[in-house]
Design a protein around this ligand. Structure first.
Ligand code: GTP
Ligand code: MG
Length: 205
């Protein structure tokens, strides 16, 4: 997929305000400060279309972007960061949960994990919610520029173990070096035409 245009559409906190279009939608999940907004800018080839910041909790609304007039990309707020005030964390989880439950056009979720961390309860909760709603998920490791090639191997192993998944389900990225951009855009292409399994179908298998 080649990015020809990318526009910010709107910020929402309430599902009644979500856009009504049925463009294939791609959403970015992950703890605060993991690099969701930066990865979106990287994929879209923009410097600062999406607001980023060094302090956790920059994104506190669900932000919709229309790409090439035919795809929807969504920047979600992160939570699960101990430094965020409890009042904010309490508000953000139900918002993200509702988003997952309501978006019929959500084709693929990118779950971002800082390559230097391991997966914990936060990631398990998101994976569970996505599975319950039949949304496929790709594990996307961020900030890979921070580690040498050798250091990465150990970290990737640890993340794989903490999630109990195989290496093929993990993608490496860096918003600093554009690593992983081509691969993620290929995935987006592939999933743009996928049909969501109904709950009845998935319980048969
Ligand atoms: N070195 C490096 N820094 C990164 C990368 N991605 C993000 N950062 C930095 O990490 C910080 C957080 O990035 P954001 O993109 O705002 O993170 P976020 O996940 O959107 O955070 P919230 O909106 O608070 O949930 C910023 O200071 C970024 O510059 C990366 O690939 N490499
Ligand atoms: Mg953000």
């Amino acid at each position: 997929m080649k990015i020809k245009s990318a526009e910010f559409l709107k910020s929402c906190t309430n599902p009644s305000h979500f856009p009504g279009y049925d463009y294939p939608e791609f959403a970015f999940f992950g703890r605060s400060n993991v690099g969701k907004s930066s990865l979106l800018n990287m994929i879209l080839g923009q410097k600062d279309l999406v607001k980023t910041g060094a302090r956790p909790g920059v994104t506190q609304t669900i932000n919709f972007f229309v790409v090439n007039g035919s795809r929807s990309f969504v920047d979600l707020p992160g939570f699960g960061y101990a430094k965020l005030p409890m009042s904010i964390r309490k508000k953000l989880f139900p918002m993200v949960k509702e988003y997952i439950e309501k978006r019929e056009n959500l084709k693929l979720a990118f779950l971002l994990i800082d390559v230097r961390r391991v997966a914990g309860d936060y990631e398990q909760d998101i994976i569970e919610l996505l599975a319950e709603n039949n949304v496929p998920v790709v594990i996307t490791l961020t900030k890979c520029d921070k580690l040498s090639k050798n250091q990465r191997v150990k970290h990737i192993n640890d993340i794989q173990k903490s999630l109990g998944i195989d290496r093929d389900s993990i993608f490496l990225t860096s918003s600093e070096t554009n690593e992983g951009k081509k691969e993620l855009l290929m995935l987006i292409d592939e999933f743009s035409h996928s049909k969501k399994q109904s709950t009845a179908e998935s319980s048969d298998t």
